[in-house]
Design a protein around this ligand. Structure first.
Ligand code: NCD
Length: 304
């Protein structure tokens, strides 16, 4: 039985097959409308979410399956003190596959160790968010035509942003990637990531000003300052509007640069940028459904 806990759980060849399946689903959704008939997806969300939970539910429903679950820890037995390990053993009796989001790093790993059904990590604290990474990779592959040889700028909360951490881990396996980390001093990318990049000899730079590097970028990955992971409100308020991407700034960027964002957006991208053909974040959300459909099929052994 397979789980998806870290973005490295699939080889790049397996990812190619997954993305090909997602592309096929996009082209011919009708062909896949019944493949999960009689199957149940449980969504166990101990932390707020709109996109991830609903995109999983939409994915399963579009495959003909059904969904059950909870969307906050307060309405589950976690509020009574039940452990994740016990909860997943019970969920294994009710569903065929489970997507779990939890504020604690490592929660999905614990769940997978006790589960009798495939577990998908839908975000564990500031650690990983592998299905967002699959979404990001599929978006890049579809809109850029490749997953190698580009300069990507990651901007915003690089310290707490789990989508950033997961995406970097996934991208280092492709040749010719150069990273530009754009963040205020307080929200710098963690040392364990820069050490990993140094070990692998992958080029990266850390900068504070977005304008200085915008013209070099093939991809700009904007992120929200992760309010819920701050220890005090004052720091959050000081940093939350550090970057705001405006139509004015977009003039500095290449004609074919793509702007990605895992969403939700707060202030970091002006809504006026939405009309720019380079803004890809809402298309990215659509790809998130196709890739989760492909993932559910794959983990349930229904992909062939
Ligand atoms: C992200 C997350 O939950 O980490 N959202 C998402 O799943 N698309 C990003 C965020 O919350 O900023």
């Amino acid at each position: 039985m397979r789980h998806l806990i870290s973005p490295l759980d699939f080889t790049t060849e397996e990812l190619d097959r997954l993305f090909d399946l997602a592309a096929s689903i996009e082209r011919e959704p009708g062909r896949y409308a019944h493949v999960c008939e009689g199957r149940i997806l449980a969504t166990c969300f101990y932390e707020p979410s709109t996109r991830t939970r609903l995109s999983f539910e939409s994915a399963m429903i579009r495959l003909g399956g059904r969904v059950l679950g909870f969307s906050d820890a307060g309405s589950s037995s976690a509020a009574k003190g039940e452990s994740v390990a016990d909860t997943i053993q019970v969920i294994s009796c009710y569903a065929d596959i489970c997507a779990m989001r939890h504020p604690k790093e490592g929660a999905a790993t614990v769940a997978a160790g006790k589960s009798r059904i495939p577990v998908i990590n839908a975000g564990d604290g500031g650690h990983h968010h592998p299905t967002q990474t699959l979404t990001d990779l599929l978006t890049i592959r579809n809109l850029k035509g490749r997953l190698e040889h580009f300069t990507i700028g990651l901007c915003g909360d690089l310290k707490f942003g789990r989508t950033v951490h997961s995406l970097i881990h996934a991208l280092v396996r492709y040749p010719g990637i150069r990273f530009l980390f754009i963040s205020p001093e307080e929200l710098r990318i963690p040392d364990y990531i820069t050490e990993m990049l140094r070990e692998k000899d992958i080029p990266f730079e850390e900068v504070i000003r977005l304008d200085d590097v915008l013209p070099q970028l093939d991809l700009l990955y904007m992120t929200r300052v992760q309010k819920e992971r701050f220890f005090n409100e004052e720091d959050y308020v000081r940093l939350k509007d550090f970057y705001i991407l405006t139509p004015e700034k977009m003039k500095l960027a290449r004609e074919d640069m793509l702007v990605l964002h895992p969403l939700p957006r707060v202030n970091e991208i002006d809504v006026e940028v939405d009309h720019d053909p380079r803004a890809a974040y809402f298309r990215q959300a659509q790809y998130g459904v196709y890739v989760r459909m492909a993932l559910i099929m794959t983990l349930l052994g229904l992909a062939d």
